[in-house]
Design a protein around this ligand. Structure first.
Ligand SMILES: Nc1ncnc2c1ncn2[C@@H]1O[C@H](COP(=O)(O)OS(=O)(=O)O)[C@@H](OP(=O)(O)O)[C@H]1O
Length: 417
């Protein structure tokens, strides 16, 4: 294999009986806190457009400032408010209240935002087995870029806001609010809609506006391997009967090439199909930097944990990488499952010996990937997330390793990281 060298919280039962007086005080506080959180998000520059006024009419905007709350009337904390929350506004109000003892996590606590084909399913499965974590159902709810009707992807200046019924469904069913509340916030809810990573920047700012405390986990793989992994997935999907194809399936120009490849038509190679898949602006597919820029604009760097796929999956470094990630998330690594699963794996069964490719073809891809990878390494370093040089070493080693497989005629076998 052409792999580069790679340098308890106890559960607290939640008392559901909130005295009615406290309930009233909580409701009053909720109103005040909602007002506070709304104004603070616009102050943070997250909501610059007029549409971001959240639908307030002019009369509501003229309301006098709310009086300061009487501390004696404060609800005892965020848990009591969260207990009844069915929308994001309420969550923000609850998170503005102090945490109680043992309440280790926010709700939701973190997202695995990408990238597709970078072992995110394995990562989610691993985290799901952690006793302090609560995985969403489904793993990829796609609330913010599809299901929740939250955004206008074509125009970041248009008003952002998710459908209220979908918010309720998302919090209660998808993110399992009651499980988390009953744990006394000693468990961390998460979801892993990995195509959030490639969505327009408005999605990142929208998520930040709704859930500003979120921690974000991102796994990034050597770009040529990621792209080939995507093509192989498509190739397999094409081989399935139409009625069994995934619901995300949309025909693409590359399909014809893949059909020829599948049919064994002479001369149709992975490189041909990959080139078509990458399209006119080939570098866009390798350009993690552009996608990350939107996220890094929306969220502070401290809220990200970036994993390099090659480190995450290498037997020598995997354990330490996973432990680091758990510490970042506030999960106890000593409670972690033993193994990182190997979900969605195709490279072990599809051309495990490597994809035949001409040297000049692979060099062309490496040329594009190199420029994009340098930009990414620089970006990660600038934000204090990674050592750029070390990052590049792992990928350059993979490229060299593959080029070393080429014979005197220039025929190579390209293995995925
Ligand atoms: N533990 C472990 N070690 C090494 N490699 C692993 C592991 N877990 C997942 N993978 C590889 O990750 C690829 C699938 O990534 P994703 O789950 O993110 O794909 S998806 O976007 O959700 O479809 C897929 O890559 P390919 O096989 O090249 O397609 C998996 O093999």
């Amino acid at each position: 294999m052409c792999r580069p060298p790679i340098g308890g919280h106890g559960k607290r039962p939640f008392t559901t009986v909130v005295p009615s007086l406290l309930g009233l005080a909580a409701a009053a506080m909720l109103t005040m806190l909602i007002a506070t959180t709304n104004s603070s998000s616009s102050m943070m520059g997250l909501c610059k457009s007029a549409g971001c006024m959240g639908g307030l009419n002019s009369k509501e905007r003229q309301l006098p400032p709310l009086p300061s709350p009487n501390p004696a009337m404060l609800p005892s904390g965020r848990l009591e408010l969260l207990h009844g929350c069915t929308d994001f506004r309420c969550l923000r109000a609850a998170h503005a209240l102090p945490r109680g003892p043992g309440q280790a996590f926010n709700f939701p606590h973190f997202f695995v935002i990408g990238f597709p084909k970078c072992a995110t399913t394995s990562l989610a499965a691993y985290l799901q087995r952690h006793p302090q974590a609560v995985e969403s159902n489904p793993k990829e709810p796609r609330m913010f870029n599809a299901v929740g009707n939250c955004s206008h992807p074509d125009s970041p200046t248009l008003r952002w806001g998710c459908d209220k019924a979908q918010e309720e469904r998302y919090l209660l069913r998808t993110l399992k609010r009651d499980v988390v509340v009953e744990s006394g916030l000693s468990r961390a809810a998460f979801e892993a809609s990995t195509d959030y990573s490639w969505t327009p920047h408005v999605v990142a700012s929208g998520i930040r506006r709704e859930l500003p405390w979120l921690k974000l986990v991102v796994s990034i793989r050597e770009p040529i391997s990621t792209a080939i992994s995507g093509v192989v997935h498509r190739l397999q999907e094409l081989g399935r009967p139409k009625e069994e194809q995934s619901d995300w399936w949309v025909p693409e120009p590359v399909d014809e090439c893949l059909e020829r490849m599948r049919g064994g038509t002479n001369g149709t190679s992975m490189a041909d199909c990959l080139r078509i898949r990458l399209g006119g602006d080939k570098s866009a597919w390798f350009d993690y930097t552009r996608a990350m820029a939107g996220w890094l604009h929306a969220f502070p760097a401290e809220q990200f944990h970036v994993l390099q796929y090659e480190n995450l999956t290498a037997p020598g470094s995997r354990e330490a990488v996973l432990a680091d990630m758990q510490r970042f998330l506030g999960l106890d690594p000593s409670l972690a499952p033993r193994e990182l699963p190997a979900e969605n794996s195709r490279k072990g069964s599809e051309h495990p010996e490597g994809w035949p490719m001409r040297r000049e073809q692979y060099e062309e891809f490496v040329g594009i990937a190199t420029a994009a990878s340098h930009r990414l390494a620089e970006q990660l370093e600038q934000h204090g997330l990674k050592d750029g040089e070390q990052w590049l070493e792992a990928w350059e080693a993979a490229w060299s390793c593959n080029l070393a497989s080429c014979d005197a005629n220039g025929d190579c076998l390209i293995q995925l990281t």
